[in-house]
Design a protein around this ligand. Structure first.
Ligand code: OAD
Length: 278
């Protein structure tokens, strides 16, 4: 595990794929032992944003990586993840998400998900608080035991009716012949996912939590998709210390005060352990 205090001149890894050995570290800004927290001397509020990297070691592919092997290097998101693509060719879009749903149902949470569930539980037991916002459409945080997960990009295991707007739990393949369980309309169901060109969910709630946080930590996200990629700048504007946990430097890495680099299954449990001790 590598700890990098933010300094553009001390960041030789930027833009390179890393192979990093796990080793103990204390990153000054990564555990909430900040001046801001000291001054408040009240309950601690940690804000965690997760992305596809947290689920990568559960076997769910990421969208982008420096090796060019992410999902969006193999498939064109404009043909699969926009409302226009769905209107033009619903069958192709549904088949893409059917495959991802089947993949998700076969996957299991990994130690990074489990550690974040522990963080939520143990902070709550001390009267502190975790806000967990995920860009992921999988349910691995919940299956690992997290109780409050803010899904800003929607959920793969739900279908939403474009006619009556009701969302339904959906574990099977979704076809154009399916009827909405509430309004009976046939052909109006779509995956309950935020596509490119649509507004993410819960932005007001996220903004409120960012303002109130004592620490902002982004885990396994490339910093390429807004508005999530802009949360670090927002946190900084509110005076919140920021930390990146990732396999390699994200596109917005220079905005973070500190970083811990390595696989999420190693770094996140170690970070949680250290954070709960702080
Ligand atoms: P990306 O695929 O863009 O980025 C994944 C990040 O995880 C990269 O920075 C990788 O270096 C890192 N990573 C990969 N394996 C890792 C591991 N084992 N441990 C730690 N980090 C690892 O995923 P997101 O940033 O989540 O939107 O993508 C944002 C959005 O773009 C997604 O929510 C999705 C996509 O289009 C929608 O589906 C609406």
């Amino acid at each position: 595990m590598v700890n990098r205090h933010l300094d553009p001149h001390l960041n030789p890894w930027r833009g390179h794929a890393l192979r990093i050995e796990a080793r103990p570290t204390v990153a000054r800004h990564c555990h909430g032992a900040s001046e801001r927290l000291g001054k408040r001397a009240m309950s601690r509020h940690i804000f965690v944003l997760t992305g596809a990297g947290v689920s990568a070691e559960s076997g769910l592919g990421t969208f982008r990586d420096k090796a060019g092997e992410g999902i969006w290097a193999k498939f064109d998101p404009m043909k699969l993840a926009t409302p226009q693509a769905f209107a033009r060719d619903p069958q192709t879009v549904l088949a893409f998400y059917d495959a991802r749903r089947r993949n998700l149902l076969a996957a299991r949470p990994n130690p990074a998900h489990v550690a974040l569930a522990r963080l939520e539980r143990e902070l709550a037991a001390k009267g502190d608080r975790l806000t967990l916002v995920t860009q992921n459409i999988d349910d691995l945080h919940e299956r690992a035991g997290s109780k409050e997960v803010v899904h800003m990009h929607g959920e793969l295991l739900k279908a939403r009716c474009q006619s009556c707007e009701a969302a339904h739990a959906w574990l099977n393949d979704l076809t154009v012949g399916d009827a909405c369980p509430r309004c009976d309309r046939v052909g109006a169901l779509r995956p309950d996912i935020v596509w490119f060109g649509e507004f993410p969910h819960h932005l007001h709630e996220i903004d409120r939590a960012l303002r109130d946080a004592d620490l902002f930590v982004a885990i396994g996200t490339s910093g390429a998709v807004y508005p999530a990629a802009g949360f670090v700048a927002e946190a900084r504007a509110f005076g919140v210390p920021t930390c990146e946990i990732n396999l390699e430097a994200a596109d917005n890495a220079l905005l973070f005060d500190d970083a811990l680099y390595g696989p999420a299954t190693e770094i996140v449990p170690a970070w949680v352990e250290e954070t709960l001790r702080t």
